[in-house]
Design a protein around this ligand. Structure first.
Ligand SMILES: [Zn+2]
Length: 155
């Protein structure tokens, strides 16, 4: 049986970890300027796991799933939660790193004018975020991040 993928809510100071989770295909929100109470109720409503560096939040009496993150570097942070996340090749690059939106595959011909020529010559698979318009392809940065995440999570 396939378990439903976990969803996360992160503190504002965990943006790099948020991007890693999105790259791995996880639904990870990082709400800006809303109160802690609102964040907690969002976690309860949407069954999100609250990742925080704040002991105050971690020690709250309310009932919600929370994890206190101890490390400063995102690679170590990711390892702290490695029992919660999986490296699944098919889920990689399925979300926009900027806005968490699900990406859609787009036709290479239709995007010709949006993609630099040197990229078009080397890649054919493109995905777009319908929210912010960002286009993704599996370039060198993606390949490097992918092997880094794989090493971190499957070591
Ligand atoms: Zn986006």
């Amino acid at each position: 049986m396939i378990m439903k993928r976990k969803k996360f809510l992160l503190d504002e100071n965990l943006c790099k970890l948020t991007k890693c989770l999105r790259l791995l295909g996880y639904d990870a929100v990082i709400p800006q300027s809303i109160s802690i109470d609102k964040k907690v109720s969002l976690c309860q409503k949407e069954r999100r796991i609250f990742l925080t560096k704040s002991k105050k939040i971690a020690n709250r009496k309310d009932k919600f799933h929370r994890i206190l993150i101890k490390n400063v570097n995102y690679d170590k942070q990711l390892q702290e939660i490695q029992n919660l996340v999986d490296f699944e090749e098919s889920e990689l690059s399925s979300r926009c790193l900027v806005c968490n939106n699900r990406l859609q595959t787009i036709n290479a011909e239709k995007t010709e004018c949006l993609i630099p020529k040197n990229v078009r010559l080397n890649f054919s698979d493109y995905k777009i975020c319908r929210k912010c318009g960002k286009i993704y392809w599996k370039g060198s940065h993606f390949v490097a991040m992918k092997s880094k995440l794989k090493n971190l999570l499957t070591a």
